[in-house]
Design a protein around this ligand. Structure first.
Ligand SMILES: [Zn+2]
Length: 702
């Protein structure tokens, strides 16, 4: 049986009357919503190999798309920036027909590579490597330098779009490749600004390129908006890769009407090694960064980097469903020709988009309804592993924070716990008010502000779960003398790490209440631990057994502190001295998941529970006015990826606490109300069958 926690803000009926003015304001603001703030299903054909351009509009509409990020009629093979002499006529006709069919048009502008008709300018417009040679992208295309005269050409393109009835523009780029540009223009600008030569080791190099991008994009945004205040302007923003992408998020939010990132460009390598929850993760990450902006996840139709090898129908549906469930809009882009629309994968897109088109009402104006959050630190992410390396210590000593995050992401998802991603970007006390549990997955570094907000969170009653090197480094990557949150954790560290062979163990201490759902007497010890000393007022909840000299020996008698629980202010901190997250990501130790699940349940108390649910069922719970929307995405399709066939779930029992006041649960796939029965504290609803996706409306009231 899968028992698990979900959390809810229960709206007290007596408060409804008091909230009326606010509700009215909400209603009014809904009416004022711009078209791109409503659910979008965005199509893209990223090339032109002799298409019947206008016919494609009918295809998109038939498939359920309502927006096109338009490229194919203006494309030269795989790239192009709009050329009025060549494309004005077709673009005008295209937009006219699309609008008649209620398809919005955002024009795609490639601003990172030079294609055949402008390749001749490469000596003057391209980025240069340190040795002076031209930087190419995708093996074949010269890159574009924003400090070169190319930008004058770009502004002339914006001018030429003035009188065309498009609904916005999308910039694919800019991209600064090979770690930086060393062209004559960049060198001269750098010298003018910093009075020193631009080299590989220049102190201000990162800021220089980031500022170059920001200045260019902000100016372009203002220029565009001056004549087109209601037309969208946004770009391909590498939110997961802000450091290598030279992105300052705060600036980027000012010149992006929509936040879009490539969370659905997969897999690049073998699918079996890919992070299963990536589309879901990137959607949550975007919501954390810009909760009030429309968000788009770009999904390549194809298994990257092949352009013509399409994802299987099931992988396609799972990606679209995860993105949509997590309140982002899907962008589905083909990098082969439109013949890929006439495939079983193309049909899968039509099938799921048709469902979302018919149920658009349940996707609009929702917000997360969870009390659990997983922290993603941009500060940590911007550091490379070597930034953290102490010269006296071996590289990679401190564990992999990204794998740790993936491990916790998987544990939460597999235990059907709805949760949010939160980040250290613009973190503030009030942003954490709705949470009861925050998890720090080996987040080595964050700034003082984040540290204080997390401390206040626990002081005010929250539960903080952390591990290994959490807060052991400052924002510059320098090792602290102790955890900066040592007072909260109730433990200190000397900062000494130890590696362990994969046949060591830890045990739960006899007095801990967490024991009831774990019957394993010995649990695998993570392969990396840090030396800790528990304060007197901390409770020791797990002890590690001294390292075994070999796997076939009597267990040693020695025990040392491995995990603690500590009351701090009105809240509590639970700390594990090992890389639980990374270990779960690699070894999938189910006892870790059960332990986490129990710790969260102890704090949350009130939970939704699922019976007959496979572990790979993603659960997303959103609030919509008085009701709740429950998305279920079934990834049970193993054992190999790419997935081909889903294992249907039959008679899934959804146990909803009675005090949530849910009067009916409606399946939008089956188009029927679920049968219910009473059991103790729960109302139990039975979903007779589901395949890869279900949307349930939990209706409040009598
Ligand atoms: Zn340059």
């Amino acid at each position: 049986m899968q028992k698990i926690t979900i959390i809810l803000v229960v709206i007290v009926f007596s408060l409804i009357a008091c909230q009326q003015p606010e509700d009215q304001t909400k209603q009014e603001s809904k009416k004022d919503k711009k078209w791109f703030e409503k659910p979008m299903r965005i199509a893209a054909l990223q090339n032109n190999f002799g298409e019947d351009d206008l016919a494609i509009i009918d295809k998109w509409v038939d498939m359920g798309f309502n927006v096109e990020q338009l490229f194919h009629p203006i494309a030269e093979g795989y790239a192009a920036l709009y050329d009025p002499n060549k494309s004005r006529k077709i673009l005008t006709e295209y937009v006219k027909k699309a609008h008649k069919k209620n398809l919005k048009i955002i024009l795609y502008l490639n601003i990172h590579i030079l294609y055949s008709s402008i390749e001749k300018y490469k000596d003057n417009w391209s980025q240069r490597k340190k040795d002076g040679s031209i930087s190419y992208m995708y093996e074949t295309y010269p890159s574009i330098c924003l400090n070169s005269p190319w930008k004058d050409y770009f502004y002339s393109v914006l001018d030429s779009l003035k009188n065309i009835d498009i609904d916005g523009i999308f910039l694919d780029g800019p991209v600064i490749t090979n770690g930086g540009c060393y062209c004559q223009y960049c060198k001269a600008k750098y010298k003018e600004k910093y009075h020193e030569n631009l080299t590989d080791h220049s102190e201000h190099k990162w800021d220089f390129y980031a500022d170059t991008k920001d200045k260019f994009l902000q100016k372009a945004y203002d220029y565009w908006k001056k004549d087109n205040p209601d037309k969208v302007f946004y770009m391909n923003l590498p939110v997961e890769h802000t450091h290598v992408g030279f992105v300052k998020l705060e600036s980027a939010l000012k010149y992006n009407d929509i936040l879009g990132t490539e969370g659905g460009f997969m897999f690049y390598g073998p699918a079996k090694n890919a992070f299963l929850w990536r589309p879901s993760f990137t959607s949550k990450l975007l919501e954390a960064v810009a909760p009030n902006k429309p968000r788009v996840i770009f999904m390549a139709a194809d298994h990257k980097p092949w352009s013509w090898w399409q994802h299987s129908p099931l992988e396609t549906k799972l990606c679209i469903a995860s993105v949509t469930a997590n309140a982002a809009n899907i962008w589905y882009g083909l990098h082969g020709s439109s013949i890929l629309l006439n495939t079983s994968s193309g049909n899968a897109v039509k099938n799921i988009l048709g469902f979302y088109k018919n149920n658009e009402a349940f996707l609009d104006n929702t917000e997360s309804a969870t009390k659990v959050a997983l922290l993603y630190s941009f500060t940590n992410r911007t550091k490379t592993k070597s930034d953290f390396a102490d010269p006296k210590e071996e590289r990679n000593t401190y564990g992999d924070s990204e794998n740790a995050l993936r491990g916790y992401y998987a544990m939460l998802t597999e235990s059907h716990t709805p949760f949010d991603i939160i980040t250290d970007f613009k973190i503030a006390d009030e942003k954490l008010e709705s949470y009861k549990v925050i998890i720090l997955p080996n987040v080595l570094a964050f700034d003082k502000k984040t540290e204080n907000v997390l401390r206040n969170f626990v002081k005010n009653g929250g539960l903080l779960i952390s591990e290994l090197g959490a807060s052991l480094f400052n924002e510059r990557g320098e090792k602290n003398k102790d955890f900066s949150l040592s007072d909260v954790f109730g433990v200190s560290t000397s900062g000494k790490y130890s590696k362990h062979k994969n046949y060591n163990y830890f045990v739960l201490t006899s007095n801990t209440k967490l024991k009831k759902n774990i019957d394993a007497p010995y649990i695998p010890l993570p392969l990396l631990t840090v030396d800790i000393k528990a304060n007197k007022d901390a409770e020791i909840i797990c002890k590690a057994i001294d390292d075994l000299p070999g796997r076939y020996v009597t267990l040693p008698q020695g025990r040392y502190t491995f995990a603690t629980s500590h009351n701090f202010g009105n809240g509590e901190a639970i700390y594990f001295a090992g890389d639980i997250g990374e270990m779960y990501n690699e070894y999938h130790v189910k006892e870790y998941r059960t332990l986490l699940e129990d710790i969260i349940f102890e704090k949350i108390k009130e939970s939704i529970e699922f019976v007959n649910a496979p572990t790979n069922l993603e659960v997303v719970l959103r609030k919509q006015n008085q009701n709740l929307i429950l998305h279920l995405i079934n990834y049970q399709a193993g054992p190999t990826r790419p997935f081909e066939k889903v294992s249907p779930i039959t008679n899934l029992i959804i146990k909803i606490p009675k005090n949530w006041n849910i009067s009916q649960v409606i399946s939008k796939q089956l188009n029927s109300k679920l049968k219910s029965s009473d059991s103790n504290k729960f109302k139990e609803y039975v979903l007779p069958e589901m395949n890869e996706y279900e949307l349930l409306v939990l209706v409040k009231g009598k």
